[in-house]
Design a protein around this ligand. Structure first.
Ligand code: DGJ
Length: 738
């Protein structure tokens, strides 16, 4: 790994064994982008990659062949001969938005600096990464722009961010500040976005890049169910296993924009950052603004190659804390078992049954506090409801621990019901625009987390409970989007900051809690998957993937999520049938076979199952305990997409390649169909593997090249004793090296 500065050509070459990234200081002092892709040899100059020509209709700078419109840039601005959407924009006192940031100096150092107040990837040792810091300045405004690039030694990944500093006398308004911008020399790509809705998150959507702007974004105050701050560009011929792919991931949980603009000459400008819509930030004299981080990954091993890089990096150098490397407890959450209808006795009975079957962590969901007997009251009143829980959270948590389990608790700290003591005491503590009606979502308003006193108050309430009770896990929910975003605590010219200040407040509360309660496992949640993003993973190493707990729907949701996020980060539970979101019946085996590929648990009352089902549950829990190290920390491969096929498959392979587990899912049954096989990945070709379900061994190269035979009874008439398939049928194959 290295970062070279070539003095004579004024070029920076960042590289490791896998990738190269090349930046050039242009003749006008601005930064040009020359290359991002597979590692190439270093040389004194890559100047030939800067192609300029006198084109008709160009607006030119002094040199008659030089127009920024035709130059690939690093962190572009609009208005001085470039007409594409820019990475930055500063509104100045005189009304101008023109800027001209030119190179001033650079610094290279080992490791990676922290980003103040924001989530970011990190290093544990200096040797793990090198960082290039480029300082630019707009001389007229005397504003500094610092661009950071970190190249990780073993990974095809570069982390980027930017910082603005104002040493001048005058304020400026930042109206646009992207985390990354990358100009690629052509547009021969397919764009993949991960979009959907509540209970239908991160569906894979692919389309060809076209001239013009294509974008996904959120203006909801959270990254959202609807779009994810993660984007993939792939060559049309690339697939899961081969070909060139680039992934772009924003380490941020608020409003975002991810876009690609293909210009007249087929140059593709990719950018990602805080959504400029509804954003301004006043940068006063002496102030600094830190832009969130974005991570760019290059793969020449197809989509799986890209995902595996994100998985490793995010699992080991974004997630933090004692739980980062620990297998996750098998949990049971009471939400779908009871909703709001519970008392302590009922909970203890549910937990006892769970304990009998091997569950390790009992999680008490919504409804334990204040007057919260439905979702219309009590939110914000973080003291136990003594009618339901006579001994409070302390008493209940002790009873659960006495059963030999850990206890976990649900909270929704950012919200308040108007019908709550907190709101009655502090009606001004919510985000609200003067003179306007405040829209409610799920009967609740959003607390103004841009205000320190609000965050402090909430911290104190929750810290009291955590200090006196035996809480090992927190599920941190967030159940509505932000509307009428305005803080009465800030002046008019700072209202554009509130969305961002809100999320900074959320991050600061998370940070305080994880620092002061380091043993607690945090699971983030926002009505399921509305904040499944890289920003949250820095604080909570797992996230409730979706409120849709249907086994079949979850195949798509987990498949889509796996493009950018590790298996261990996906909360995945077996729930009751008929499913509460879809009213669908799926076999218990299938529900388990899907949920295994995540942070596994149950979302039902086990007492309501038949003896046979309980037996299955016991088997599932024992299986998960035996294999969770491999599943949660092994290498994950998507084999076949549920978005394209009736049969979906994925697999994990242990680090030593001695164990592999294949999940194979047939959505609808079919009859008299073809003989089937599934080509596996990541095995050691020279080893023999016993496929336990077949009680037969095969060489790794057979399984990877001829494939695992998966033909089932539906290919003809089932022979006596043969297992019949049904709709929503699935099978798990465990492979063990001999
Ligand atoms: C939404 C979450 O996603 C659910 O799992 C549950 O915790 C409810 N909120 C509780 O209100």
């Amino acid at each position: 790994m290295s970062i070279q500065f070539h003095e004579s050509s004024r070029e920076f070459h960042l590289y490791n064994d896998h990738i190269s990234y090349i930046i050039k200081i242009l003749a006008n002092g601005q930064l040009g982008q020359l290359y991002f892709g597979k590692r190439i040899h270093d040389r004194d100059s890559f100047g030939y990659l800067l192609e300029i020509a006198h084109r008709p209709m160009s607006a030119l700078q002094q040199d008659f062949r030089f127009s920024l419109e035709h130059v690939r840039q690093e962190y572009p601005a609009y208005g001085t001969t470039d007409f594409r959407l820019p990475a930055l924009e500063l509104l100045q006192e005189n009304g101008s938005r023109l800027t001209n940031f030119t190179y001033e100096s650079y610094r290279v150092f080992g490791g990676k600096p922290k980003l103040w107040g924001l989530p970011a990837t990190y290093t544990e040792k200096e040797e793990e990464a090198d960082t290039l810091e480029l300082t630019l300045r707009d001389k007229l405004l005397n504003i500094k722009l610092i661009l950071l690039y970190t190249v990780f030694s073993g990974e095809s990944a570069i982390a980027r961010s930017a910082r603005f500093e104002n040493p001048s006398e005058r304020p400026v308004q930042i109206t646009r500040a992207m985390s990354m911008s990358l100009d690629l020399p052509d547009s021969d790509y397919e764009w993949i976005q991960f979009s959907g809705a509540w209970s239908r998150e991160r569906q894979v959507k692919v389309r060809r890049l076209e001239q013009g702007i294509q974008a996904v974004s959120s203006a909801r105050g959270h990254s959202s169910h609807n779009h994810n701050p993660f984007l993939v560009l792939k060559r049309p011929a690339a697939d899961e296993f081969q070909g060139e792919v680039m992934g772009f991931s924003l380490v941020y949980s608020g409003n975002f924009l991810a876009q690609a603009e293909v210009d007249t000459y087929q140059v593709t400008r990719v950018m990602m950052g805080i959504n400029p819509f509804s954003f301004t930030w006043k940068l006063d004299r002496g102030e600094t603004f830190q832009v969130p981080e974005a991570v760019m990954v290059y793969s020449d091993q197809g989509l799986n190659g890209m995902s595996q890089t994100f998985h490793r990096l995010y699992r080991t150098r974004l997630a933090r804390g004692v739980w980062r490397d620990r297998v996750r407890p098998v949990l049971l959450n009471n939400w779908e078992a009871t909703y709001f209808d519970f008392d302590e006795e009922k909970l203890v009975r549910i937990a006892s049954a769970a304990k009998e079957d091997g569950v390790e962590l009992f999680v008490l969901d919504d409804g334990w506090f204040g007057a919260r007997s439905s979702d219309s009251a009590g939110l914000g009143d973080w003291y136990a409801n003594r009618e339901r829980l006579p001994d409070g959270i302390k008493g209940l948590s002790e009873k659960i621990e006495a059963l030999g389990m850990k206890f976990g608790l649900w909270v929704e700290l950012e919200m308040v019901n108007p019908d709550s003591d907190l709101y009655r005491a502090h009606p001004d503590w919510v985000l609200q625009t003067p003179g306007r009606t405040s829209s409610q979502g799920r009967n609740q308003l959003v607390l103004d987390f841009s205000r320190q006193e609000v965050v402090d108050y909430i911290y104190d309430r929750i810290a009291d409970i955590l200090s006196e009770s035996k809480v090992s896990y927190i599920k941190w929910d967030m159940n509505r989007s932000i509307t009428e975003c305005y803080s009465t605590a800030f002046p008019a010219d700072r209202q554009g900051e509130i969305f961002h200040r809100y999320i900074l407040g959320v991050y600061s509360l998370y940070e305080r809690l994880i620092q002061n309660f380091p043993e607690i496992l945090f699971e983030s949640c926002a009505s399921g998957g509305a904040r499944f993003d890289a920003g949250m993973l820095y604080y909570a190493p797992q996230c409730w993937t979706s409120d849709d707990s249907d086994g079949v729907e979850r195949i798509k949701i987990q498949y889509g999520t796996s493009f950018g996020y590790p298996v261990v980060s996906m909360g995945a539970h077996v729930s009751a049938t008929p499913n509460h979101q879809l009213f669908r019946d799926t076999p218990l085996d299938t529900r388990g076979n899907v949920a295994y590929f995540g942070a596994f648990g149950y979302e039902l009352d086990l007492q309501k199952l038949t003896d046979r089902e309980r037996e299955t549950v016991r088997r599932q829990i024992a299986f998960m305990k035996q294999y969770r190290q491999v599943i949660q920390f092994g290498t994950f491969y998507r084999l076949q997409s549920p978005f394209e096929h009736n049969i979906a498959a994925w697999m994990v392979v242990s680090e030593d390649r001695k164990t592999a587990i294949v999940g194979y899912y047939k959505i609808l049954n079919d009859v008299n169909c073809e003989f089937r096989r599934m080509r596996l990945k990541g095995l050691d070709g020279d080893r023999k593997y016993l496929v336990e379900e077949k009680d037969e061994w095969f060489y790794g190269d057979e399984l990877m090249n001829t494939g695992l035979i998966t033909t089932d009874a539906s290919s003809g008439q089932a022979a006596p004793g043969e297992e019949f398939c049904t709709d929503f049928w699935s099978k798990l194959y465990v492979l063990k090296a001999q």
